[in-house]
Design a protein around this ligand. Structure first.
Ligand SMILES: Nc1nc2c(ncn2[C@@H]2O[C@H](COP(=O)(O)OP(=O)(O)OP(=O)(O)O)[C@@H](O)[C@H]2O)c(=O)[nH]1
Ligand SMILES: [Mg+2]
Length: 307
C-alpha cells in the first residue's frame, strides 16, 4: 500500500515525473536493446532534467557497468534500476542530515523570494507539533510585509516571535532573539532573514555579521540553512556557492519542486555542492515541506507512483 505522504510527494513532483517518466517510457517503447543510442538518449533525458552532466555521466556509467556484467539484461531492467542509481548520487556525495532534529539556532538565508519565511513558518509549526520549544526571530527588517508575514506563521504555530521595527539592524534583532531564547530555554530558534542577491557584497557582509552575533549570543549551536527555489535551476547552484563561500552552508531547503519539471536539480545540488538537502518543499501547505529521503525522492522523481 502506498503511504499517504508518498502520494503527496509524488503529486508534488508530478511535473518532473510527467516529463521524465514520459521520456523514459518513450525510450522503453523503442525496444529492449542496450545499444549506444539507448545510453546516449538516456543521458540526454537525465541531463534535460537538470541533474547536471557530472552526476548523469557517473550514474549512467554505473548502469553501463552493471549491464556489461549482465546484471541488467535489457532496457526495462536498466530503467527499473535507475531510481536506485539516482539515490546513490545523494548517498555518496552529500548524504542526508538530521540537523533539524537537534537543538539549534538556524539562520535561514537565500536570495529574494525563494521561500525562506514560508519555510521558517512550516518548520516552526512542525517542531511545535512534535513537542519542541520554538522561538522565531524576524531579522528581515527590510521588506515592509515581512514582519506581518512571520507574525501570521508564529500565530499559527503558537510560538513567540522577536522583532524590531522596520529598518533596524538585523544583527540587533538576532541579539534580542537569542537573549529571549536563553531566557525561555528554547530548543529550536529559527531566524528569518531578508532575501538578498549573492552578488551584493554589502548584504552578504551583513549576513556575516548576523552569523557572528548569533554565534556569540546563542546558547545552542548555530547552523545555516540556504533556501533554494527549484525553479531557478542551474542558476541556483551559482547562488549556493556564493552563500557557502560567505557563510558556510550546513543544509539546503529546496522549495517549489511542484513548480518545475526539472526536479533533477536536487541531484546536481548533491553532486556539485556536496551540501545535504534537509527539507524539500512541494506546495504552499504546511504539510508540503518534508524531510528529504534520497530513495523516496528518486522514485517519485522518475515516475514510480507507488512505494
Ligand atoms: N508552490 C510553492 N510555493 C511556495 C513554496 N514555498 C514557498 N512558496 C511560495 O513562494 C512565495 C514566496 O515565499 P516567501 O516565504 O515569502 O519567500 P522569501 O524567501 O521569504 O521571500 P523574501 O523574504 O522576499 O526574500 C510565497 O507565495 C510562498 O507561498 C513551495 O514549496 N511551493
Ligand atoms: Mg521572507
Amino acid at each position: 500500500m502506498t503511504a499517504p505522504w508518498y502520494r503527496r510527494l509524488a503529486d508534488g513532483l508530478s511535473k518532473s515525473r510527467e516529463r521524465l517518466g514520459g521520456q523514459l517510457n518513450i525510450l522503453l517503447r523503442r525496444g529492449p536493446d542496450l545499444d549506444e543510442e539507448f545510453w546516449a538518449d538516456l543521458e540526454d533525458v537525465l541531463i534535460a532534467s537538470d541533474m547536471g552532466v557530472t552526476a548523469v555521466t557517473e550514474l549512467v556509467g554505473r548502469l553501463r557497468d552493471s549491464a556489461a556484467r549482465h546484471a541488467l539484461p535489457d532496457a526495462e531492467a536498466v530503467l527499473a534500476h535507475l531510481a536506485e542509481e539516482i539515490a546513490e548520487e545523494f548517498v555518496s556525495h552529500s548524504g542526508t542530515t538530521d540537523l533539524l532534529d537537534d537543538p539549534i539556532t538556524l539562520l535561514v538565508v537565500g536570495v529574494n523570494g525563494t521561500g525562506k519565511t514560508t519555510t521558517v513558518g512550516k518548520l516552526a509549526k512542525q517542531a511545535v507539533d512534535s513537542g519542541r520549544r520554538v522561538l522565531l526571530g524576524s531579522a528581515d527588517t527590510f521588506r515592509a510585509a515581512a514582519l506581518e508575514q512571520l507574525d501570521v506563521w508564529a500565530e499559527r504555530a503558537g510560538v513567540p516571535v522577536v522583532r524590531r521595527d522596520r529598518g533596524a539592524d538585523p544583527a540587533a534583532v538576532v541579539f534580542d532573539a537569542l537573549g529571549e531564547a536563553r531566557r525561555l530555554d528554547s530548543e529550536l530558534v529559527l531566524i528569518d532573514t531578508a532575501g538578498r542577491l549573492h552578488t551584493s557584497a554589502d548584504l552578504m557582509r551583513e549576513l556575516q555579521k548576523v552569523k557572528r552575533v548569533a554565534e556569540k549570543e546563542s546558547h545552542l549551536p548555530v547552523r545555516i540553512m540556504l533556501v533554494m527555489d527549484a525553479t531557478t535551476g542551474q542558476n541556483g547552484l551559482v547562488q549556493a556557492r556564493e552563500f557557502d563561500a560567505a557563510l558556510g552552508v550546513d543544509s539546503i531547503a529546496l522549495t517549489k519542486l511542484d513548480g518545475t519539471a526539472k526536479g533533477g536539480i536536487a541531484v546536481a545540488i548533491a553532486r556539485e555542492l556536496g551540501i545535504p538537502i534537509a527539507r524539500i518543499g512541494f506546495g504552499e501547505g504546511i504539510d508540503d515541506l518534508r524531510p528529504f529521503d534520497p530513495r523516496d525522492f528518486s522514485h517519485a522523481l522518475i515516475g514510480d507512483t507507488e512505494r
